[in-house]
Design a protein around this ligand. Sequence first.
Ligand SMILES: Nc1ncnc2c1ncn2[C@@H]1O[C@H](COP(=O)(O)OP(=O)(O)O)[C@@H](O)[C@H]1O
Ligand SMILES: [Mg+2]
Length: 331
Amino acid sequence: MARGELMKKLLASYGRDDEFRAVAEQIIIEEEQKNNKVLARSLRKTLESGPAPKGPQPMRSLAPLIPFPEAAKDLVERVEPIHTTKDVILSAANTRVFIGLLKEFRRADDIRRRGLPVRSKLLFCGPPGCGKTICAEVFSAELGLPMYAVKLDQLISSYLGETATNLRKIFDFARKQPCVLFLDEFDALARSRDDSSEHNELRRVVNSLLLFIDRLKPQGFLIAATNLDHALDAAIWRRFDEVIWFGKPDRQLVERYLRMKFRNVPTAFDVTSRAREFDCFSYAEIERVCIQAMKAAVIEKRKEVREKDLNTALLDEKRRRAGRSQLATQP
Ligand SMILES: Nc1ncnc2c1ncn2[C@@H]1O[C@H](COP(=O)(O)OP(=O)(O)O)[C@@H](O)[C@H]1O
Ligand SMILES: [Mg+2]
């Protein structure tokens, strides 16, 4: 790559440790290839003796960055991780699955050398607001891989023939770039082929999607997410190495979530004692209640959140939910 391009990349990766290192490595390799051995050695020494990243860092593998392919440019977007493991609540079962996947990824070479497969295609299912997207983000960060979300509106072209071409570009991208490729609202693509209301062309798209998933050996992970698992084509399920269910939190998980949300906010009452009032709420709904309660205290210039703040916020959320279920039962 031209030196100027590398310099631009280096500057653009400022603050993103993994990327910065990958570009720096690229520069060093180029110097080695140009036979500038002394410079290359000295650059490597500088890179290696740089300051350690702040705070406890999970073990990370370095993902080499390939030049971003023009072909996929409009079809995927980079998701910068803003959450960490401290921000997510997972059931014990899901925690186990994620830890297993992380360990497997870190020992992928050894596992493959033994002729064993490494799980890399994941399907996230469950109602909205229960953690599919946030977990994909945190999982990518833990893996040390960049996350790219597929832009569905760009992918599904009004010309269905083009949708299959777009799919090919995206899967090509995931084959080359070590990353987590996140396909949200997967049901929009993978709708059942039996759905008679659907166009013949769409059936062809589903067929090519199945083929692409089958053939894909991602360098990182393919994560597809859906709220509507019942709408998925039956042939989709076995294409995924792992299916992870994100349900609404039970009482214990609600308690943990409330504790986490109020970890830095003084309260005049024990928030966890209110957990039972959030039965059948999604995390996103509970979060909205917590935020509204905290804002009420700010508006009244109080340090502490009071019980009445939570009561009002909860009533408001219930009103919102009631409105939705009424609409759903209208003819
Ligand atoms: N398991 C969870 N742990 C912590 N926060 C969650 C969890 N699930 C959802 N949230 C909160 O709700 C918001 C929406 O969640 P999201 O992951 O986008 O839901 P989904 O993709 O399942 O519709 C998140 O940004 C987060 O604040
Ligand atoms: Mg989502």
